[in-house]
Write a protein of this length. Structure first.
Length: 279
């Protein structure tokens, strides 16, 4: 536990951690939250604030502050999540190995304890940076957009029954950032080039997303699929962990938890077999 705290403190005080926080905020503001079906124009959070007055925003239910905070967790943020999480710990880990500094840290603790601590410190920091970025985004965006009480009658009717549970949304963001940092952490056990370590998970995530979208299109090609098929489609969604509350699907939790344990085991096996003690 002490080793985890030491590594975590080192990561949180690094520039990479705060860069992850800032970039999360920027990508959330760049997310599309409204489509004008008359012109087919898409409006991001920042474009909505730029192009519309508060009175005009109040006419569209998607520009209600609770809708904006919920729906901004899409688009560019999801695409770049693996790189954002990796920014927290990859530069530190690769630099320490290049400078042969890891030998001294492993000497103070056993290899097993150190690698477990390194893994969880990196994952926790990535999840924390993502959650902190989302919190800052919500704190900025919430007062800039109209509340439910300010919306027009039609918009208010569309929002009727909408629930807004920020702690749950924040927990989902933390889990999402933490999980998608695991591939980068795994790669630190086999690679030393920080650019490859950060970019490979991005391409893996992109490929999985494209594959999932193809499966979803095929599943809905002949109409709405049955409940079992729909449940399976939701379970294999690479972004499913950020929509657990929406899907309410236990299989999503089981799948991602199993993948997490599996990747952690691979990381540990590879790291423990290193004969150079990480130097």
């Amino acid at each position: 536990m002490r080793t985890v705290c030491v590594i975590l403190k080192k990561i949180i005080t690094s520039r990479g951690f705060w860069l992850c926080v800032i970039m999360t905020v920027v990508l959330l503001f760049a997310a599309d939250v409204h489509i004008d079906y008359n012109t087919m124009n898409r409006y991001s959070v920042i474009r909505g604030l730029h192009d519309f007055t508060r009175e005009e925003l109040a006419k569209e239910f998607e520009f209600c502050n609770i809708s904006v905070v919920q729906n901004a967790r899409t688009g560019w943020f999801m695409l770049f999540a693996p790189i954002l999480g990796a920014f927290c710990f990859v530069p530190i880990i690769t630099t320490e190995r290049d400078e042969n500094a890891l030998r001294f840290q492993i000497f103070r603790a056993s290899k097993l304890k150190y690698y477990i601590a390194e893994f969880f410190a990196g994952v926790i920091s990535a999840g924390t940076a993502t959650a902190l970025g989302y919190t800052l985004f919500a704190a900025i965006a919430f007062p800039l957009f109209p509340s439910v009480s300010e919306m027009s009658d039609f918009a208010a009717m569309m929002l009727e029954g909408t629930t807004f549970n920020f702690p749950k949304l924040l927990l989902e963001m933390w889990c999402y950032g933490a999980f998608w940092s695991v591939p980068a952490m795994l790669l630190t056990s086999v690679l030393r080039n920080k650019y490859l370590i950060m970019c490979i998970p991005f391409f893996i995530k992109y490929g999985l997303t494209q594959t999932y979208q193809k499966i979803m299109q095929n599943g809905f090609a002949s109409g709405i699929p049955d409940a079992k098929t729909l449940k399976l489609i939701n379970a294999i969604n690479p972004d499913g962990i950020i929509r657990i509350n929406e899907f309410n699907c236990v299989s999503v939790i089981v799948l991602f938890a199993t993948l997490f344990v599996f990747l952690f085991a691979i990381y540990l096996i590879i790291s423990m077999k290193r004969s150079d003690c990480g130097a």
